[in-house]
Every structure is written in C-alpha cells, then in structure tokens.
Ligand binder design. Structure first.
Ligand SMILES: [Zn+2]
Length: 199
C-alpha cells in the first residue's frame, strides 16, 4: 500500500514524518510550490527520510486554466521540488482530483504520471482520528493508494489515525511503499503475468 500526503510541506509535515519514521515506513508527498518556497528545508527532510515527492501545482487552482498557467503552475513547482530536495519528480496529483481543467493534461504532456488514489478517508475535514482510521482499515487492499493531507490546517487527527493504521495493517501483512516503488512492483507483476502467458 502507498500512503500519500497532499498540500504540504508545512510544519504539520514534521509530525507526519515523525510517525512514519517511528514505524519505519515511507510515504509519498505531493507538494505545493508555494509551500516549497516557504518550507524548503521540510521538503529536504521528506526526501532524506526515504519518502517520495510529487508535484501538486503551485496554487492548487480548481478552475480551468490556460496552457500558459498550467505550465507556470507545474513547471515552477517542479523547479522548487528540485531546488529544495534535489529530487526530480515525475509524479503529478491534480488539485481536488480534477482531471479536466487543463492541469492534468499539461502534466501528461510533460510526461508526468498523473496519480489519483483508491482510498479517501476525508482527513482534510478534520474528522475524528478513529473515523479516518476506520475508513482506511475497512477499505485496505493490496496496491491501495491512500489520500491523506500534511498541509491545509491542523493535521493532528491524521497523525493520530496513522498511529493506529500503520501497526494494524502491518499485523495484517501489508507493507508500505512509495508510489514509485508501487508502480515498479505493479509493472514487474504485469511482466510476470505476461511471461507466464507467453509460450
Ligand atoms: Zn490538494
């Protein structure tokens, strides 16, 4: 499974990093350019701890954008990902999951992998930690991508939910990987199936 975090980096990211490190798992952080400019050292720590980083645009626009705006939003964020963390990311997550306002199309054109999710416990609503945890635990499957947030307000409930989710799922045999690792595993699996099918 892959735990993913949107809208950081922010001081809340540090609390998330702490809990991931405590349980020795990694996640994937989809960052906003505006926050990368403000907290470059937090983005650096994200990558140094073995996590993956992705592009979530600069301003988090949900309205339709021109190609010029999409380029500003995505290219500048990519530059700041590299400047702050030294990582070159090929992952893009569209703000609000919107695939049709010009941002995802531009990302695809620039060869980003546009990545959605399969489990959304709606932690951005600051639901109680138990509700977030139950939502994830009840929908857990192999290969699942969980949508969480490390920006956009206080994330205490998300941190608490993670403390419950990670050990329980580990007990059930799940492992936590970054999105690039997950994509690689899925590609290897597909190749294996193709190999078995070929005479
Ligand atoms: Zn977002």
């Amino acid at each position: 499974m892959a735990l993913t975090f949107n809208d950081g980096p922010s001081p809340e990211t540090l609390k998330i990093l702490e809990i991931l490190q405590k349980h020795q798992v990694v996640g994937t952080f989809f960052c906003l350019g505006a926050n990368l400019r403000e907290y470059p050292e937090i983005a650096k720590r994200v990558v140094q701890a073995g996590n993956a980083i992705g592009n979530h645009t600069w301003h988090h626009y949900s309205h339709n954008v021109t190609e010029k705006t999409a380029s500003d939003e995505i290219d500048n964020t990519g530059v700041h990902i590299y400047r702050s963390s030294g990582a070159k990311s090929f992952l893009f997550r569209p703000p609000g999951g919107r695939l049709n306002n010009g941002l995802a199309a531009y990302a695809q054109k620039k060869n980003y992998v546009v990545l959605m999710w399969s489990i959304d416990p709606k932690d951005f609503l600051q639901r109680p930690a138990a509700a977030i945890a139950n939502s994830v635990l009840s929908q857990a499957t192999s290969g699942a991508i969980v949508l969480l947030h490390d920006g956009g307000g206080n994330r205490q409930q998300t941190v608490e939910a993670l403390s419950a989710i990670i050990p329980k799922l580990k007990q059930q045999g799940y492992r936590f990987v970054t999105v690039p690792q997950l994509l690689e595993m899925q590609a290897t699996q597909k190749q294996g199936i193709a190999d078995r099918k070929s005479p």
